[in-house]
Every structure is written in structure tokens, then in C-alpha cells.
Ligand binder design. Structure first.
Ligand SMILES: [Cu+2]
Length: 160
């Protein structure tokens, strides 16, 4: 069996499984971001997905799949009036997002290597321009984190 064929079979099986999951079970599952040493794309120390989009009032789980990571909101790069969140290293974290807009967050240990992510709650336009205008001058973020944010914010801006 070729690997391509095998992948197709797995995709078929997953597709079939998704069809039989009751809607209620899907609704009760909080959106998840995994904290990983290596992402599925081979990238080291990443949040996966790097951008997660949720509706206001949704709890999102940050899962400490691998050791050594945390998820901490970056001051000045979250919606005005939003509550900053900060998880502990090696611990799962659940955050209920209310204020609309873009939340930039980092892994304290690895933001120097570019381990940052975005949560987009509802309409990103609430603060997207402000985040784009301010992230480069943030004194806390490394150049690698800023370069990663440039890519992620462009994706949010273009809706991709
Ligand atoms: Cu990390």
C-alpha cells in the first residue's frame, strides 16, 4: 500500500468518525491550543494552532502537552479592558475570553525563539490596528517573536 493511499484511508476514516460525533459533544469541547516542543510542521517550540479563533464568552484550553511551556498574555497587545491571563509552566490553563479582539500571548521560556500565538475573539478589528502598530516597539518581545507576529498578524488581517 502506498503511503499516499494509506493517508487517504485515514482521512476517510476520520471523516466518517466526524460525521457520527453528536453535535452536543462537539459543542461542549472547548477549543484547544497545544503547547509543544515540536509542532506537526516540524517547527520547534510552538503553540498549535498558532492562531485560534473563538466567539466571545468561549473558554479556551491551553494544554501542556510537552514540558517547559506556559501561556502568558503580552501586556499592551490585548484588547483594551481585557483581562490579562498568565498560566503556570507545565500546567494546563483554561481562559474564558470575553472582550473582542486580538490577544497576543507568549511562552515565557521560548518567546526568544519565537514561541508566540494569537487568540482572536470575535471581530479582530476591535484592536488589530493597535496591535499591528505597537508590537514592534514592545520592549519585552524578542526579534524572533516579532517576526513570528508579523506573519500571524498578516494572516489575521487578510483573513487567511
Ligand atoms: Cu515554551
Amino acid at each position: 500500500m502506498t503511503s499516499l493511499f494509506r493517508i487517504s484511508l485515514v482521512a476517510l476514516a476520520l471523516g466518517a468518525a466526524a460525521l457520527v460525533v453528536p453535535a452536543a459533544a462537539q459543542d461542549s469541547a472547548a477549543p484547544q491550543v497545544k503547547m509543544l516542543n515540536v509542532g506537526s510542521n516540524g517547527q520547534a517550540t510552538v503553540f498549535e494552532p498558532e492562531i485560534i479563533r473563538v466567539t466571545p464568552g468561549t473558554s479556551t484550553d491551553f494544554i501542556a502537552e510537552d514540558f517547559g511551556h506556559d501561556a502568558v498574555a503580552v501586556e499592551g497587545l490585548i484588547p483594551a479592558g481585557a483581562e490579562a491571563f498568565a498560566g503556570y509552566k507545565n500546567a494546563d490553563l483554561s481562559v474564558k475570553f470575553e472582550a473582542q479582539g486580538v490577544y497576543v500571548y507568549e511562552c515565557t521560556a521560548h518567546q526568544g525563539a519565537g514561541m508566540v500565538g494569537l487568540v482572536v475573539v470575535g471581530d479582530p478589528k476591535a484592536n488589530l490596528d493597535s496591535v499591528i502598530a505597537n508590537y514592534r516597539s514592545n520592549p519585552k518581545l524578542s526579534d524572533k517573536a516579532k517576526d513570528k507576529l508579523a506573519l500571524l498578524l498578516e494572516r489575521v488581517k487578510t483573513g487567511s
